[in-house]
Ligand binder design. Structure first.
Ligand code: HEC
Ligand code: HEC
Length: 209
């Protein structure tokens, strides 16, 4: 497992090195106007209007760019979001929109996690994983408080302060293989090691950050 994990982290470094550039050159002022349609669900400042919609505020611009592109190309699918992605006319528009949301005040969950027991379990999973199942701690890739790795790393999304219902849904679809747009299968490999109870706990914890 250790060897497999360092292999995955090696891949992550390669993907990270190639990832930074593709969202550069976005103009947040242009993006504020171009993202008008998105505000209906993701909120004017990237704080979404429903707990099953993801917050985009303070998300990494390269990650936003990649997800919308994946929705466009059917590498990721969602009944509600896929048609919305197709309304973004050009890569420049998408860069501007990504720049706008990424420069908004860091996301906070609509209903922050508050169940003491779950928060504790979730914090342990986040920090140290689960040695029994070879689960790697989330902090290693998603950074301190789940706010992403520093600066130019665009590969690992912000998950701290994300909405719980959305987090549970993503971990469940990564585990089933329904969502499989993660580079090098990194997140699928993690999700397959998570039990339902662990998904519940770690999502409760992340939504409290
Ligand atoms: C009608 C509601 C709706 C509108 C309007 C909408 N979205 Fe979404 N968006 C969603 C939903 C729902 C999801 C979650 C999809 C899933 O569960 O896979 C999503 C997911 C996303 C994600 C992935 C976030 C993540 O953390 O992985 C991005 C990025 C995104 N939307 C950007 C946009 C942009 C840019 C626009 C405007 C062009 C937009 N959305 C308009 C509903 C909407
Ligand atoms: C080896 C690195 C790695 C580890 C460890 C890891 N992740 Fe991830 N995770 C990723 C990558 C890369 C993505 C982005 C996938 C993509 O581009 O679609 C991601 C995406 C996610 C998403 C989707 C975010 C969104 O906005 O849609 C969630 C939720 C998530 N991870 C939760 C976790 C949790 C919980 C843990 C710990 C149990 C964890 N991750 C551990 C690499 C990792």
């Amino acid at each position: 497992m250790i060897r497999k994990m360092s292999f995955i982290l090696g891949l992550a470094a390669i993907v990270a090195a190639s990832g930074g550039a593709f969202a550069a050159g976005g103009d947040p002022k242009e993006g504020a106007v171009k993202s008008a349609l998105c505000h209906g669900c993701h909120g004017e400042n990237g704080q979404s209007i429903a707990p099953n919609f993801p917050n985009l505020a303070g998300q990494k611009p390269g990650y936003i760019f990649k997800q919308v592109t994946d929705f466009k190309n059917n590498h990721r699918y969602n009944d509600t979001m896929s048609p919305m992605a197709l309304t973004v006319a050009s890569n420049q528009d998408l860069k501007d929109i990504a720049a706008y949301f990424s420069t908004q005040k860091s996301m906070t969950a609509m209903i922050p996690g508050s169940d003491g027991k779950l928060l504790k379990q979730g914090e342990t999973i986040f920090a140290s994983g689960n040695p029994k199942t070879g689960l790697y701690g989330c902090v290693n890739c998603h950074g301190k408080n789940g706010k992403g790795k520093s600066g130019s790393n665009q590969v690992f999304p912000v998950i701290g302060g994300q909405n719980k219902d959305y987090l549970v849904a993503q971990l469940t679809t990564f585990r089933s293989g329904e969502r499989k747009n993660d580079p090098a299968g990194m997140m699928g490999d993690i999700a397959k090691r998570l039990s339902d109870a662990e998904i519940e706990a770690v999502s409760e914890y992340l939504s409290s950050l």
